[in-house]
Design a protein. Structure first.
Ligand code: 13P
Length: 245
């Protein structure tokens, strides 16, 4: 049984007052949900979000990690800091990290390794751009992203390896993949995970303009195990609807 995950990626949004208001309004929404609820605030707000979500069935995640425990790495946040803050899950390889910050596959691979060595829940993002889809190479792109990150061997338990399929053309655009498009890609990822790595029970989330109006259609597919949500997760009123879709 794969338990559904509804995860919020707040990206570079939500200031102190907004975080406080979010949790005040969100209340016990996650306690009342049968789904696993994860929220990834920006680094400085992790302690506040952790304190406000205590005992509420919410796991606080980081949006990234630098793959070292600690040291002379100006501007970075490493493993010991995440452990110190009680963070148990990390998003790696988000398309904004890949494209805006030029994260290459070998750094992503190092991060995946580091997350595994530290026993954290890995939320690993993959997805093709619009030109890649239009050229029909989306399967090759996903295969390459997965292989280059995972070929050092996966060691974590299946429930700690989560893949997020986030087509770049659907992120923040309001254009959502149709349930059929998403299902096709999820089935492809599931096949790779099973046949190449022996992971049958890892969760595969869909991300890209998920909102209360379209979540049910997406979640109806058996290969879609949840959602990684950006814009529609910023306000409690909308995220509450998503966690209890
Ligand atoms: P949106 O939900 O804003 O499209 O963002 C998706 C995303 O990138 C989540 O990681």
């Amino acid at each position: 049984m794969r338990r559904t995950i509804i995860a919020a990626n707040w990206k570079m949004n939500n200031l102190t007052s907004e975080v406080i208001n979010f949790f005040a309004e969100f209340g016990d929404a996650a306690l009342n949900s049968e789904n696993e609820v994860i929220i990834a605030p920006a680094y400085p707000y992790i302690p506040l979000a952790s304190a406000l979500s205590k005992n509420k069935n919410i796991e606080i995640a980081a949006q990234d990690v630098y793959p070292k425990a600690e040291g002379a790495f100006t501007g970075m946040v490493g493993g010991k800091m995440l452990a110190d803050l009680g963070v148990k899950a990390v998003i790696i390889g988000h398309s904004e990290r890949r494209r805006i910050f030029g994260e290459p596959n070998d750094l992503i691979r190092e991060k995946v390794k580091f997350v595994q060595e530290n026993g954290l829940h890995l939320i690993f993002c993959v997805g093709e751009t619009l030109p890649e889809r239009e050229n029909g190479v989306m399967f090759d792109v996903l295969k390459e992203q997965i292989h280059s990150a995972f070929d050092d061997n996966l060691t974590l338990a299946p429930e700690k390896i989560t893949i997020a399929y986030e087509p770049v053309w659907a992120i923040g655009t309001g254009v959502t993949a149709t349930p059929e498009q998403a299902a096709e890609m999820h089935a492809f990822i599931r096949k790779i995970m099973k046949e190449k790595y022996g992971y049958e029970d890892s969760r595969i989330l869909y991300g890209g303009s998920v909102k209360p109006e379209n979540i049910q259609g997406l979640m109806a597919n058996e290969d879609i195990d949840g959602a990684l949500v950006g814009g529609a997760s910023l306000k409690a009123s909308s995220f509450m609807k998503l966690v209890n879709f």
